[in-house]
Design a protein around this ligand. Structure first.
Ligand code: CP
Length: 322
């Protein structure tokens, strides 16, 4: 049986199979090679329009999607919610209908409400990509994290991955959990009990509240920022106390395996979840994650537009989508 990619949208990683995740990662690997050529541009999305519809702030994801679309030869519109008629009370549905009246082919959406991209996909003609929805999912971040682990370690299966920080409010954590477990990793979650409740064990994760125990035998430690913007009440006494109990400092670094990867989706709060020297140190792959995000986002746009992942060599990425 030949399996083919047949999804119009990328809304989450929970609904993807291990096979689909692997196809996305393999396609991203091909686009990473395209990015190492002198000519980094391919023609797959020539004549198509990609709209970055970001209703929440972003640096990495928005710029990375913009560059991914440009590298695929699409036209790109960056929609600023602050300067838009959303501020005058226009609904999201009307906003999207107007964007589609201007022939938007792809809507890349970040929104503070969990499920907003799923809502959009119910009526949009365009392809919808979730660039982060509330505390629900951030699928391309999950993919780029897994891509980085796979590239550095060869495989994800059998690895021990610790995700440390604010799990409860983190869409990055959820996308990582789905992807890592489907690809065979063992996931440990650690942080204050208020931010890492035992209910996460129902997703198949180990929940540990002692940071030393959580990181000692990890192959990967993925640190997450405290999502103050989503917390409705104070979940721990102070950032200073959080840093001393859960931050990655020099003493804790010495407990790590020498080849353990240190990851962070950004933005970093230096001195809170990670000491500055460690963020810039030789076990950190934080900027590699950013580099890999471009290849991953090119792969997502390419596959959902009907691009052929099987093409090999210099012609890869030049098949124009219908
Ligand atoms: N990792 C991430 O989503 O960063 P931005 O919020 O800057 O896009």
């Amino acid at each position: 049986m030949t399996l083919t990619w047949n999804r119009k949208h990328l809304l989450d990683l929970q609904s993807l199979s291990a096979w689909e995740l692997t196809l996305l990662l393999d396609t991203a690997r091909k686009f990473k090679r395209v990015g190492e050529r002198d000519v980094k541009k391919v023609s797959a999305l020539r004549g198509k329009t990609v709209v970055n519809l970001f209703v929440e702030p972003s640096t990495r994801t928005r710029i990375s999607f913009e560059l991914a679309a440009l590298r695929l030869s699409a036209d790109v519109i960056n929609f600023s919610a602050e300067a838009s008629s959303l501020r005058k009370g226009e609904t999201l549905r009307d906003t999207v209908r107007n964007l589609e009246a201007l022939n938007a082919d792809f809507l890349i959406m970040r929104h503070g409400a969990s499920g907003a991209p799923h809502f959009l996909a119910r009526f949009a003609r365009a392809h919808v990509v979730n660039a982060g929805d509330g505390a629900h999912e951030h699928p391309t971040q999950g993919l780029l994290d897994v891509f980085t682990i796979r590239e550095r370690k060869g495989s994800v299966a059998g690895l021990k991955v610790t995700i440390l920080g604010d799990i409860l409010y983190s869409r990055v954590a959820r996308s990582n959990i789905w992807a890592l477990q489907k690809l065979g990793a063992q996931v440990t979650l650690c942080g204050p009990p208020t931010l890492v409740p035992r209910v996460f064990e129902q997703l198949g994760c180990r929940v540990v509240w002692n940071v030393e125990e959580a990181i000692r035998d990890a192959d990967v430690v993925n640190l997450l920022r405290i999502q103050h913007e989503r917390q409705r009440k104070t979940m721990f006494p102070s950032t200073g106390e959080y840093a001393s109990l859960f931050g990655l400092n020099q003493a804790r670094l010495r407990l790590l395996k020498p080849d353990a990867l240190i990851m962070h989706p950004g933005p970093i709060n230096r001195g809170v979840e990670i000491e500055s020297e460690i963020a810039d140190g030789n076990q950190s792959v934080i900027l590699e994650q950013v580099t890999n995000g471009l290849a991953v986002r090119m792969a997502v746009l390419y596959l959902i537009s009907g691009g052929d992942p099987a093409v090999e060599g210099d012609r890869f990425g030049d098949a124009v989508a219908g």
